[in-house]
Every structure is written in structure tokens, then in C-alpha cells.
Design a protein around this ligand. Structure first.
Ligand code: OXD
Ligand code: MN
Length: 584
């Protein structure tokens, strides 16, 4: 190994964890096949029907290890003030001592896999290298799908390239000793006692968001929890957009939107560049360009069907790892919402027989598919373009049954930053907490920002000042407004292309808009609702700005922003005050 610092670090970690063997992952088909075989032989993988799901597997996790654990996730920056009020903090020396004890001898009898990987297209100046040291072959198999892994990363690293470090050990999967610890000052993550996706695939949330957000702050770019899509109109004009939504708001469905027949017949197209994370940097022309740092999708299975998201279904047909879904007797997979009634002889995600009388779901609500992005039928041919995609619109959104109109445009980048900082969503039954309760989730980064949230907003404002006129427009959408009877006004799914169309028109300086106290809204006629079975009055309700409701919203935002104390950028307080006075 030519990279001395990498070799020295591998030796140091091996000295502590005491593995029986060390294996460098080269990313080759043959090595991947051997690791999959090993997982099958050890009972960790069940091979699915090779005709219906070629080269695909089912994995079942420990029932106590099925989701990200925000209360066990730590940002160990030097000062507690650098982590801020929305992160758990522990002093780096203390956390290192705890982890050293847990890692001591933790890989005895096991293989330590060295997994070098690139986040982003291999030839892109926007990409970065990470290396994960793990004792979990399940993690290796997933990383091979989610990243560009192996020799390609070592080549990019050369003799002395910089890389982000990740150490992962399954240990005893003890929830009480579970730590997902980030050391931003060392560009290092250490994760112990979990083998679940977001806690163990350190490339994703840990590196590409938490550590990368800190690198982005220091280097003048943005690491965001955003999908990236390309909308093409009948004239062939392309508009690239990114969008951030809290979970359970249809982010994956929007990234893979299927236009309604009339739109596709007319030549409209939506193509996916990324479904979860965007890295945005300034190009030579002063515009922001986005890459998807990942190579695969780690998608939620339940609710995904040929009706709701056919592109995701095609993407996970082969070369896919399913985690915690149910197994049918023909060695294919099943989950709630896949379409049709549950089949006979189903085995649930725990490996137990499941019948209609069972009290728990057959697939875990957070069960996942890990699938290569290149298999997605609507993946953009430009998705690995080294320079990234020039972004014209940034979209924020949430699930709000009232107050928030279907779509509106921010008055400026600063105003848009304020919209992101105060964005919110109502809790669904899928998450802990009271259903319907409002949770503020700034830029959908609440669990993923690696430093003080108020400093992150300050960074957004600085980036905006640097980009000036060339910054993307910022928009806010809400597909979930309800009528008095509790029914959704907006049909959602593919029909949301009508909203994307207005956004693209606005980005080109076309598209009618009226200025309201909250921002620019389309007049009802500016939205194409022809052939939609929706009343004109419903469109008016979708676009209504109710002063009393908004005054209550402003008051709630005021107390949210106050949580950030002295560090709150004065511009954001000024935006809230300005909104209050515009509402009077
Ligand atoms: C994810 C998440 O898994 O945001 O992408 O939780
Ligand atoms: Mn996500």
C-alpha cells in the first residue's frame, strides 16, 4: 500500500480491535460474489429466486437494531457550542476513551474489511474519498452498491490523498452501548453496536452529511439532504432542481416522478440524479452545481409499488439487498403497500410465519432495499457528469394539513434561507411522538447537520452573498393541505409535475406570480389544472394565505428561532419580523 497514512491507520485500528484477518476490498465482481456467498453460508443472507431477483438477497437485522438512533448519535466537536442545541455532544477525549474500551478486541475471530470508496462520480472535482474499516460483511455488500468502492478509490487517493475515516464494529449489538460518534475535527466517525444502514454505512448520513457539512462550511460549498432531478419540457429545455423534505413527505416519489400521460405525450420528462443527498459547489460560471455523492438507493420498501413508484420497483429487481422485508414462499419479497393482498405462507421480517391475524406488520415499517442507481429506468444520462448539474431551483417542503399553500417562491436567497430554517412537518404514525404535532426540521437536516445549526444558516447566507444573482430560486411546496372533511386537495404523485412546471417557468423569468406577504404565489390560472378532476375553488383553497393562521405561524417560528440564542443570524430574525409586519 503506497498510502502510508492509510496503512498506518489500518494497522493502528487492527492493533486495537485484533481481527483474525484483514481484507482490502477491491470492488471486483469476484470479491463481491465471495462476500455474498460468505453471508449466505453464515445465514445472514437468504438468496432470492435467481430468475425473479437475480443476484439479490434478503437480510434480517437484530430486532433491536432497525433504524437510525438519534439519541445515540453524537457530534464530538471540541466545544459543546460547536455542536449546538439540536445535536448530542460529548467531549472528544471522553468519547474516544469510551469507544477505545468497546473496540478493544471487538474484531477477534473476525475479518476487518478495509473499504475505500469515492463519494461522487470518479472523475469529478466535487467528489471525495472515504475509507470505512468494518467487521461486517453485510456493510461491505451494501457499500458496494451505495458507493464507488475499491481500487477506483485507492487510485484517486494516490500516495497522500485526503480521506474521511470511518470505523465500524458490530460488537454485541448492545443498544445501551450503541454510539454513532462524529469527530469533525478529525474527519472521523466511529460507530459501534449497530449494523443498521444509517448507523453502519458510514458513507451516507455520517460522512456525506454530518462530516461533509463541516467540510462544506470550511471549503465554501453545501452538503445537503436533498434529491436532485431534471425536468425537461416539450421544447427540450432542462431545469435542474434539488429538494429537501423531512421523512414521509414523498421525497423518493418526487425524485422518480412519472408524468401523467398527457404530459409525457407532450414531451415532458422527469429524470433522477439523486434521491437523498446533494453536494453543491460553485462552478467557474458562478452558478451552483450539484452532484449525487451516492451510487445507490437505500429506499424505504413499505408503500413502494408499481403504482406509487414504478421506477423504484424496477431499480430493485436485481443486484439488490432487501433488509427486514417479508419473504414469500417462492423466494421473492413482500411488504405492506406493494399492491394486492398478502400472499399465503408469508414469513415476516423476523423470520416468523405471518398470517392475516398477526398483530404486527409482515415487513418492518423501516425495511429497505439497497439498489444500484444505474438500474433506475428514469436515472438521468447525466447523473455521473463530473461537473454536476447547474441548479436553478431549491425546493423545501413538508407535510402540513393547513396554513402552507401548494407552492410559493421566496423573495430572495435570504428569505429562502429563512423558509428552510423554519420548515416543518406534521408527525405521521410512522414516527415517534404525537400524530399531527408539528416538528421543525430545518432544511430536513435536523438529524444530519454536523455543527451548530445557527452557524449552518449563517453559512447558507454567506454562500448566497457569494453567488448573488446567480443563486437558484428557492421555493416551498406542500402536497398535503386538507379540506374541512380531512381529504387532500392535491392529488400528488405524478400530477405534482404541474407545480414543477410553474417552478421552471419562474426560474426562466416567465410564469405569472402575485406578491403576497409570504412570497410569490401562482395566481390560480398560472397552474395547469386542465384535465385534472379538481374544482377551481379547491385550487383557490390550495393557494390561500390566511392571515390569522400565518400570524400564529410567525409566533411559533419566533420561539423556534429563539432556541438558537446569540448565534442566530440577525437576518433570520429580521425575516420573521418583516413577515409579521407584512401580515398586518
Ligand atoms: C434516510 C433518512 O434513510 O433520511 O434517508 O432517514
Ligand atoms: Mn434521507
Amino acid at each position: 500500500m503506497a498510502h502510508r497514512a492509510l496503512q498506518a491507520w489500518v494497522d493502528e485500528v487492527a492493533g486495537l480491535t485484533k481481527p483474525a484477518a484483514i481484507q482490502w476490498c477491491d470492488g471486483s465482481e469476484s470479491q463481491s460474489a465471495r462476500i455474498n456467498e460468505l453471508l449466505v453460508a453464515g445465514g445472514e443472507f437468504i438468496r432470492l429466486d435467481p430468475a425473479k431477483h437475480p443476484n439479490s438477497f434478503l437480510a434480517r437485522s437484530d430486532p433491536r437494531d432497525v433504524a437510525r438512533v438519534e439519541d445515540r448519535t453524537f457530534i464530538c466537536s471540541r466545544e459543546t457550542a460547536d455542536a449546538g442545541p439540536t445535536n448530542n455532544w460529548q467531549a472528544p477525549a471522553e468519547m474516544h476513551a469510551t469507544l477505545r474500551t468497546l473496540l478493544s478486541g471487538s474484531m477477534q475471530g473476525k475479518t476487518l474489511y478495509v473499504v475505500p470508496y469515492i463519494m461522487g462520480p470518479p472523475g469529478s472535482p466535487l467528489s471525495k474519498v472515504g475509507v470505512e474499516l468494518t467487521d461486517s460483511p453485510y456493510v461491505v455488500a451494501n457499500l458496494r452498491i451505495m458507493t464507488r468502492m475499491g481500487s477506483v478509490a485507492l487510485e484517486r487517493l494516490g500516495d497522500d490523498g485526503e480521506f474521511s475515516k470511518g470505523i465500524h464494529s458490530v460488537c454485541r449489538l448492545d443498544p445501551a452501548e450503541r454510539y454513532i460518534s462524529h469527530f469533525p475535527d478529525e474527519n472521523l466517525v466511529i460507530s459501534v453496536n449497530s449494523n443498521y444502514g444509517g448507523n453502519a454505512l458510514l458513507s451516507k448520513k455520517c460522512f456525506a452529511l454530518r462530516l461533509a457539512s463541516v467540510l462544506a462550511r470550511d471549503e465554501g460549498w453545501l452538503a445537503e439532504h436533498m434529491l436532485i432531478l431534471c425536468l425537461t419540457d416539450p421544447q427540450g429545455r432542462k431545469t435542474y432542481m434539488t429538494a429537501a423534505f423531512p421523512s414521509a413527505c414523498g421525497k423518493t416519489n418526487l425524485a422518480m416522478l412519472v408524468p401523467p400521460q398527457r404530459y409525457s405525450d407532450a414531451g415532458w420528462k422527469v429524470e433522477t440524479i439523486g434521491d437523498d443527498i446533494a453536494w453543491l459547489k460553485f462552478g467557474a460560471d458562478g452558478r451552483l452545481y450539484a452532484i449525487n455523492p451516492e451510487a445507490g438507493f437505500f429506499g424505504v420498501a413499505p408503500g413502494t409499488s408499481y403504482r406509487t413508484n414504478p421506477n423504484a420497483m424496477f431499480a430493485c429487481r436485481e443486484n439488490t439487498i432487501f433488509t427486514n422485508v417479508a419473504l414469500r414462499s417462492d423466494q421473492t419479497v413482500w411488504w405492506e403497500g406493494i399492491g394486492g393482498p398478502p400472499p399465503e405462507n408469508l414469513v415476516d421480517w423476523r423470520g416468523e410465519p405471518w398470517t392475516l391475524d398477526s398483530k404486527t406488520p409482515a415487513a418492518h415499517p423501516n425495511s429497505r432495499f439497497t439498489a444500484p442507481a444505474r438500474q433506475c429506468p428514469c436515472i438521468s444520462p447525466e447523473w455521473e457528469q463530473p461537473e454536476g448539474a447547474p441548479i436553478s431551483a431549491v425546493i423545501f417542503g413538508g407535510r402540513r394539513s393547513s396554513v402552507m399553500p401548494l407552492v410559493y417562491q421566496a423573495l430572495s436567497w435570504q428569505h429562502g434561507t429563512y423558509l428552510g430554517a423554519t420548515m416543518s412537518s406534521e408527525r405521521t404514525a410512522a414516527a415517534a411522538g404525537k400524530v399531527g404535532e408539528l416538528r421543525r426540521d430545518p432544511m430536513a437536516m435536523l438529524p444530519f447537520c454536523g455543527y451548530h445549526m445557527a452557524d449552518y444558516w449563517r453559512h447558507w447566507l454567506e454562500v448566497g452573498r457569494r453567488g448573488g444573482e446567480r443563486m437558484p430560486g428557492i421555493f416551498h411546496v406542500n402536497w398535503f393541505r386538507k379540506d374541512a372533511a380531512g381529504a387532500f386537495f392535491w392529488p400528488g404523485f405524478g400530477e405534482s409535475i404541474r407545480v414543477l412546471k410553474w417552478i421552471a417557468e419562474r426560474c426562466r423569468g416567465e410564469g405569472a406570480a402575485v406578491e403576497t406577504p409570504i412570497g410569490w404565489l401562482p395566481p390560480p390560472d398560472a397552474l395547469d389544472i386542465s384535465d385534472l378532476r379538481i374544482e377551481r375553488t379547491a385550487v383557490e383553497s390550495l393557494l390561500r394565505v390566511d392571515r390569522a393562521e400565518w400570524q400564529a405561524e410567525v409566533a411559533d417560528r419566533e420561539s423556534w428561532l429563539a432556541r438558537f440564542g446569540e448565534k442566530l443570524p440577525p437576518e433570520l430574525k429580521a425575516e420573521n419580523d418583516a413577515l409579521r409586519s407584512r401580515l398586518q
